[in-house]
Design a binder for this molecule. Structure first.
Ligand code: DAH
Length: 375
């Protein structure tokens, strides 16, 4: 610690004062930088701020009091600044605060580039699913969801697949174990399609209904290039007065153009689903060859994309039966008064065509080399 007495002032001119105070500040700082522990800090405090023998007290008596009146102001300012510095140094030492040297070592060079955090991105399945949903949202459709663990009733029976119906075989089902004591209707399974949410929607809400239902579905299918035991669908349902097959065609033709470009054409092929009558498969003109025929469309010029149809009156009957459990006079879904159409599409299939992906497994592999292609 500095022990030498406060020197004589070389003069009261500014340069002399600057020099004298700079020397003191330098001493105060280097003493403070070496402080370790409370005792040393207290000694430092006494040495600089002590009432009787402190160095600042000496400065005050030797320099300030002896100064000619015209120098007092600038001397006083320097004195106060030095005192503030010493107090600050003490505070840092007492609080165990970092020394200037320590601070300098920790200093950040703000001119260096920062650490970039990788931004996440929407999974291509999520993206395509949202895209499909927004096409219908723009037509005034609402969006709904339903449970992935579903009852036999909602998944099959209400959708007009009665027990033992051969159409059940088209959807090889994963069931929850140990439910043999329950009636078939209440047994739980992993839903094989999003169609049961049609029933769940109509149970709760009278027509008009315009809704799309995105979601995950499960089937006991072996994985290959185009199949996965878990995949995604978007279901659609429209029920109102005077809904016709033309409405269905116009809506889906618009949706396909919105998803694949205004050049695509659609065509409707007769098909079968238990819950629609008539039923159709929708094909779009091959987006790879423009309809000329290529490997992707098996040289047919067309790609099969989704199922649809007019809601079967048997479904409305099941809806009415459920609604009458709450209101016995309910007649909201009387097929004499209302009609509807429904459709269901596979999200993976659409995403594969949009991006030219040939193996469905890429979606679930978590391989960054695949995912990074969808920034
Ligand atoms: N649920 C059907 C399936 O998974 C797809 C489907 C077809 C849904 C026709 C519909 C529809 O709503 O009208 O195979």
């Amino acid at each position: 610690m500095t022990n030498e007495p406060i020197p004589e002032l070389g003069g009261y001119d500014e340069p002399s004062l600057d020099k004298a105070f700079a020397a003191l500040e330098q001493q105060a700082r280097s003493d403070a930088a070496r402080l370790t522990g409370d005792e040393a800090t207290e000694a430092y405090r006494l040495q600089w701020l002590g009432r009787k023998q402190g160095r600042l007290n000496d400065v005050s008596t030797r320099w300030l009091k002896a100064a000619p009146p015209e120098a007092k102001k600038s001397l006083g300012q320097r004195f106060n600044a030095l005192k503030a510095t010493v107090e600050q140094l003490l505070e840092q030492a007492a609080g165990g605060g970092p020394s200037d040297a320590a601070l300098a070592a920790e200093a950040i060079d703000i001119t260096l580039p920062g650490t970039r955090r990788l931004l996440g991105a929407e999974h291509p399945i999520t993206r395509t699913m949202n895209e499909i949903v927004s096409v219908f949202a723009a037509l005034g459709y609402s969006v709904g969801v339903g449970p992935e663990v579903e009852t036999d009733f909602y998944n099959f029976e209400s959708m007009n697949f009665p027990p033992g119906h051969p159409a059940r075989d088209t959807q090889d089902t994963l069931v929850i174990a140990n439910q043999d004591r329950r009636p078939l209707r209440d047994r739980l399974l992993l839903r094989t399609h999003t169609s049961p949410v049609q029933m769940r929607t109509m149970e709760r809400q009278p027509p008009p209904v315009r809704i799309v239902i995105p979601g995950k579905v499960h089937r006991n299918d072996a994985q290959d290039a185009t199949h996965s035991p878990i995949f995604h669908q978007v279901e659609g349902l429209c029920v109102d007065t005077n809904i016709t097959f033309s409405d269905l065609k116009g809506t889906l033709d618009h949706a396909m153009k919105a998803l694949f470009g205004s050049d695509v054409k659609t065509r409707f092929f007769p098909s079968f689903f238990p819950f629609t009558e008539p039923s159709a498969d929708v094909q779009i003109s091959c987006i790879f060859c423009g309809g000329k025929g290529c490997r992707k469309c098996k040289h047919s010029g067309w790609i099969e994309l989704l199922g649809c149809g007019m809601v079967d009156p048997a479904v409305f009957a099941a809806v009415t039966e459920e609604r009458r459990k709450i209101d016995p006079s309910d007649d909201a879904y009387n097929p004499e008064k209302i009609t509807g159409f429904a459709f269901g599409m596979g999200v993976e299939r659409i995403a594969m065509i949009q991006h030219g992906i040939s193996d469905i497994g890429h979606f679930y592999s978590g391989d960054m080399r695949f995912l990074e292609q969808f920034p």
